[in-house]
Design a protein around this ligand. Structure first.
Ligand code: SAM
Length: 236
């Protein structure tokens, strides 16, 4: 898979991918990262990438033709997913991470200033996502978050010890269960007895119950849409 970033700040993006799982995936040849800077395609002496908004108002808007040039340099094809980072777009979910992982080429378009000319969204992008109901200065962190979410799901990235099957938001749509490791007692709190019982059926049941309780309490919105069985209702 190839993941490119159209960004005014490649230095914010590429070094962040040189660590941990993302660099492991790149070294294993599972993913290749690169970046194109719209500023490199500006032709005036000041390398201008933005202009004031039509209709007036504060701030500056990134110009569409330079974003298009950067996208062309990414060698996108009709099969490329071109993803706009945008606080005004639908929220990015685990399901979107799985879907984007099926593309061979994904390009993230990172906005700055007041945002990007709307025609980038309507004419050049195939997807648009927000990473939360808050506004950041630029699209680089959102693009990195989405990249991590996508790449860790690609076959061969997580070892067998690090499965994502039980992760929050996977499969059943419930939150994950609480995890414990040594020491058995910490600040007066002991590990739940069932986890040291060696009874795998009871452990699985306890974990599922915790997932149900947590999701119902902390994310009632997810609980309403979770895929629950009659056994789940008994466990609750
Ligand atoms: C300061 S923001 C622009 C906010 C825009 N004026 C608005 O009100 O929707 C600049 C850029 O940061 C990125 N950005 C900011 N917050 C984001 C979020 N929650 N999710 C995704 N991208 C975000 C987008 O690329 C956006 O174009």
């Amino acid at each position: 898979m190839r993941i490119d970033f159209v960004t005014l700040f490649p230095e914010l993006v590429l070094p962040a991918l040189e660590h941990s799982m993302m660099s492991r995936a790149a070294r294993a040849g599972i993913v290749k990262f690169s970046a194109q800077n719209p500023r490199d395609f500006a032709t005036d002496k000041h390398k201008t990438v933005d202009d004031s908004p039509y209709g007036g108002g504060p701030g500056m808007v990134m110009m569409a033709p330079l974003v298009e040039s950067a996208l062309t340099a990414c060698e996108r094809t009709s099969a490329t997913a071109v993803v706009l980072t945008d606080p005004a777009a639908p929220l990015f979910t685990q399901h979107d991470a799985e879907s984007l992982g099926k593309f061979e080429h994904v390009v993230f378009v990172c906005g700055h200033y007041e945002g990007i000319d709307e025609r980038v969204r309507t004419k050049l992008c195939t997807h648009a996502f927000s990473i939360g109901d808050f506004v950041l200065t630029g699209g680089e962190l959102p693009a990195l978050l989405m990249t991590d979410g996508i790449v860790r799901l690609l076959p061969g990235v997580l070892g067998s010890q690090e499965s994502h099957e039980d992760d929050s938001h996977s499969n059943s749509g419930l939150l994950g269960f609480p995890l414990y490791t040594k020491p058995a007692t910490f600040l007066g709190e002991s590990v739940p007895e069932v986890l040291t019982s060696g009874n795998h059926q009871k452990i699985a049941q306890w974990r599922r119950q915790q997932q149900l309780i947590r999701t119902k309490k902390d994310r009632p919105d997810l609980f309403c849409t979770a895929d629950l069985s009659p056994d789940d209702l008994d466990l609750l």
